[in-house]
Design a protein around this ligand. Structure first.
Ligand SMILES: Cc1cc2nc3c(=O)[nH]c(=O)nc-3n(C[C@H](O)[C@H](O)[C@H](O)COP(=O)(O)O)c2cc1C
Length: 172
């Protein structure tokens, strides 16, 4: 088992999947539980996760995002913010910021948990939120913020470059 630092370093966006190898329900359950383990504003967990296995729906999401890896991966995880859930306690800041932050953290934890399960993942972010909501028949209050492909990798991606610490950190 990798330690935390190894797990983080082994996470790379995987855009090729073993299409014929499904994710076992136990593995998926383990990944979903890790999403809930993340921090959230007021511990409200103002998000909703939609697990898409249906091939026709994945093909539609592929069309909406322009990312073929969504069809290739056996699971697409649509991570939605639930702005009104956060707004009930935090007003406008909850509605416009905290819910999206909660959902983003959940998505990140999912990507890291996927590594721990031997899975790969990739984030698709370029989509029309209303079109995705309509495709999945989601309540109007939910805001899709990320669609994650999940599956067993069919490639070992090269690490991508990172900015230097000195360019992103200021010490005061
Ligand atoms: C908000 C966000 C949106 C993204 N949207 C896409 C996308 O639409 N398509 C894609 O292939 N990758 C997308 N990515 C993945 C990034 O391209 C990727 O994380 C980045 O290039 C670093 O590579 P790595 O994930 O392998 O470390 C997105 C990532 C984030 C956080």
């Amino acid at each position: 088992m990798w330690d935390f630092f190894q797990t983080v370093r082994h996470r790379h966006s995987v855009r090729r999947y073993q299409a014929d190898v499904d994710i076992e329900p136990e593995a998926l359950h383990g990944v979903l539980e890790m999403a809930l383990a993340g921090p959230s504003a007021g511990d409200l967990q103002a998000y909703h996760l939609v697990v898409v296995r249906d091939e026709t729906v994945r093909a539609k999401l592929t069309e909406l995002c322009g990312e073929d890896f969504l069809t290739e991966a056996p699971v697409n995880m649509v991570v939605c913010a639930d702005p009104e859930r956060s707004a009930e306690r935090f007003g406008e800041r909850g509605r416009s910021l905290f819910a999206v932050q909660d959902a983003t953290i959940a998505a990140t934890f999912i990507q890291l948990a996927a590594v721990g399960e031997g899975l790969g993942s990739a984030w698709a972010g370029g989509f029309d939120e209303v079109a995705v909501r309509d495709t999945l028949d989601l309540p109007a209050g939910l805001q899709p913020v990320a669609i994650l492909a999940l599956g067993y990798p069919a490639e070992i991606p090269e690490p991508t470059p990172r900015r230097k610490l000195k360019d992103v950190v200021t010490y005061k």
